[in-house]
Design a protein around this ligand. Sequence first.
Ligand code: ATP
Ligand code: MG
Ligand code: FE
Length: 343
Amino acid sequence: PLVLGIETSCDETGVGIVRGETLLVDAIASSVDEHARFGGVVPEVASRAHLEAMVPTIERACTTAGIGLRDLDAVAVTSGPGLAGALMVGVASAKALALALGVPLYGVNHLASHVAVDIVEHGPLPEPTLALLVSGGHSSLLLVPDVTHDVRSLGSTIDDAAGEAFDKVARVLGLPFPGGPHIDRAAGEGQVVIDFPRGLTTGRDLERHRFDFSFSGLKTAVARWVQAREASGQPVPVADVAASFQEAVTDVLTRKAVLACREHGVEHLQVGGGVAANSRLRAMARERCEAAGIELRVPRPGLCTDNGAMVAALGAQLVLKGRSPSDLSLPADSSMPVTLVQS
Ligand code: ATP
Ligand code: MG
Ligand code: FE
């Protein structure tokens, strides 16, 4: 099936088109520059930007893919979770398109889409697959029986998401928003010389929170370290702090992901979400999976951060597996739980 996917949960207006399990185009318009000076995404600004970018981005996607709207077999859209107003623009646009074309509409979970996009990159997902979902708002270990079925969450962050920690530490280091890519780049020039805490990885914490994460203690430890350094009048070694922080995050993420695969007898690990674009996380996951005999699947960095291809990819799976489409009264669900695949 030829499926168009629309993503507007945050600041990226994404329109992707897939044919079955083949990606034809991934068109993106981002309002990230408009938010940078506020140090975070401003919901009203994001909604307005989606509204302006929607039609041109759909047109660009169709032109690039060499298809007409009439060729589409289905329309998929992120129905949640995300910013309510931003989601509404995508959902309303998808409804209008599906209604006008007389094709089914699929409202899908943004988080499940971060996992499903791997299918257009590396082929069908083995069943079951364990997914390490690490993004701006979420950090979870998910047991995925089949991407079109509801997933089981083995654990998630009890405070900050991994991407949130990257963004907050970047701010402490005076790097621009969103901080993840800047920390990644700075870390490449630095050395891992500071031993920052690995939350929930030992003793009773590990027993009680086997597959949960905690990054707020780490963020505080970095802030304290930087403050102490500034107070002593010495320059802050930004690259070394970035490298040491990044090492602590990726160590915990990959350690717990491999442990979860072992304990649940799963031989395939998929890593998705914006933080999966991180070069150190990708390298460490590769090493540790290889050592543990686990197959690692990580999409190219451009498909880890928010995009429309991931929505189209999940939509196509729902069509292929014969799942029921959504009702045209489909609402945007800003707090859609990570376990639900469609609405
Ligand atoms: P969610 O998917 O939970 O709704 P989101 O859609 O806002 O959140 P994503 O676009 O999936 O988040 O990911 C954005 C996050 O990924 C940001 O926190 C950003 O800093 C982080 N990120 C992007 N690239 C990198 C990188 N190379 N290294 C580390 N973090 C990164
Ligand atoms: Mg974004
Ligand atoms: Fe996302």
